[in-house]
Design a protein around this ligand. Structure first.
Ligand code: FAD
Length: 420
């Protein structure tokens, strides 16, 4: 009989897995079960806030995956699985048999973990916009309507979270937008962490573009003379980052006042954007794939769940050790899992995988940065290989400009790789 692979979630991980299963073996029947007929991509979604792109440019459709590769789509919500009988159930009452399943449901946001914050507050007044949609539009409109000289406060999430450079890139893009449209406005990033990726190269970009004063502990290796030196500023610039060691950890939020209580005191916002803690998407819990970490433990070689054989977990929802929760990671993991599933269905040995990730990030629309890594399996863990990872701190203006072009081209070619 034709083997049947069911994929739960048609985001970055699920779509890529479906495509690469079909490329490896067109005889496998592949069905993707996805909640929404149109995918709204999270990567690049902060660029809606500064009108660099419109909301519709985030939309991705599935027709090419269906027409080119014969992948079947069911637009419905998965609610349960019987891992022994190998059947999966949907809210719409459909039940499907599978030989193997690949699950890539992304994340869910834990709004209630912050006192005073909730899903309904996020939908109406204090958007997180970390899963794009209505909240992205709301945040954009709030920014555009902010009073002259107002303060935009971003609350960054604790580790681990989707898109490590994301909150800091968002802060930078907002500062850049304010420079033109609201030049006396301020951006404040409140954080429980003392560092982030790609820390120093982003801080240097903020310094150059928004007058950010780089803390002493990050200055090593930053150019102090030459083409574009790092400058120590007397006055605080447009963008401020309050790290955990400086009291940036948020204790509570007052939605009516739009203020945030932190260890360092109270911050008053005109627009407030909170990225709360997060865990694996809800269906991962419904399918009993999650452990105490809030994410899904896997056999790293095949991405097969250590809780339920026959089910593989990829993307933001899985425990992937040193790999960040990024679209690039989800895409690489999808290729590893697809390969393993094809081998397992054929009764072959699985191969030793290799993963890669590059997070491109912007400190401004023409100021591109990156962190690039190769990962190997070492003692059963996904481990980063040592080597240079970041855009060098002494990169020239031209290299920085090219970095921004890489970011834009990556968005385009990456979407093709996943969805076309
Ligand atoms: P998703 O892409 O979220 O897909 C999950 C899918 O599962 C969704 O379509 C959902 O509808 C579906 N689903 C969930 N539950 C069910 C269910 N019960 N039944 C059916 N379907 C279900 N990554 C990068 O690599 N580079 C970047 O520059 C970058 N920038 C980012 C910027 C921002 C502001 C944000 C928020 C993220 C960014 N990312 C970036 C991260 C990237 O978007 C995610 O890591 C990636 O989308 C994860 O893929 P995934 O398959 O795990 O989840």
């Amino acid at each position: 009989a034709t083997p049947h692979v069911v994929i739960v979630g048609g985001g970055v991980g699920g779509a890529t897995a479906a495509k690469y299963l079909k490329l490896a073996d067109p005889n496998i029947r592949v069905t993707v079960i996805e909640k929404n007929p149109v995918y709204i991509r999270p990567y690049g979604s902060s660029e809606v806030l500064n009108d660099h792109i419109g909301m519709t440019e985030l939309e991705v459709r599935y027709d090419r995956l269906r027409d080119r590769y014969g992948i079947e789509f069911l637009f419905d919500t998965v609610i349960g699985v019987d891992p022994l009988a190998r059947t999966v159930r949907t809210a719409g009452g459909v039940q499907l048999n599978y030989d193997r399943m690949i699950v890539s449901p992304g994340i869910q946001l834990l709004y209630d973990r912050i006192e005073g914050y909730s899903a309904s507050v996020a939908e109406s007044r204090i958007p997180s916009a970390w899963i794009p949609g209505h909240q992205t539009r709301l945040l954009r409109d709030q920014l555009h309507a902010m009073r002259p000289g107002g303060t935009f406060v971003i609350v960054a999430p604790p580790n681990p979270y989707r898109c490590p450079p994301g909150p800091y890139e968002r802060g930078a893009l907002m500062a850049e937008w304010f420079k033109v449209h609201n030049p006396t406005a301020k951006v404040i990033i409140l954080d429980s962490k003392d560092n982030f990726v790609p820390g120093p190269s982003m801080l240097l970009g903020w310094n150059r573009l928004y007058g950010y004063n780089v803390p002493e502990r990050f200055r090593e290796g930053m150019p102090t003379e030459g083409e574009w030196p790092m400058k120590a500023h007397e006055e605080p610039g447009m963008l401020e980052w309050v790290a955990g060691r400086d009291g940036g950890r948020v204790l509570s939020v007052d939605p009516a006042a739009l203020s945030v209580e932190t260890e360092a005191g109270r911050f008053q916002a005109d627009v407030l954007n909170i990225v709360p803690p997060m865990v694996a998407g809800r269906v991962a819990f419904d399918l009993d794939l999650v452990d105490g970490t809030g994410y899904c433990p896997i056999d790293r070689r095949t991405h097969e769940s250590t809780r339920h054989p026959g089910i593989h977990v990829i993307g933001d929802a899985c425990v992937a050790d040193a790999m960040p929760k990024s679209g690039f990671s989800a895409n690489t993991q999808a290729k590893v899992a697809a390969r393993a599933v094809v081998d397992l269905l054929a009764g072959r040995d699985t191969q030793v995988p290799l993963w890669e990730n590059t997070c491109y990030a912007l400190a401004g629309t023409e100021y591109g940065l990156y962190v690039a890594d190769i990962f190997r399996l070492v003692d059963g863990r996904i481990t980063r290989t040592e080597g240079p990872r970041f855009l060098p701190l002494d990169a020239s203006r031209a290299q920085i400009r090219i970095g921004a072009l890489y970011q834009q081209n990556w968005m385009r070619t990456f979407t093709e790789d996943c969805f076309a």
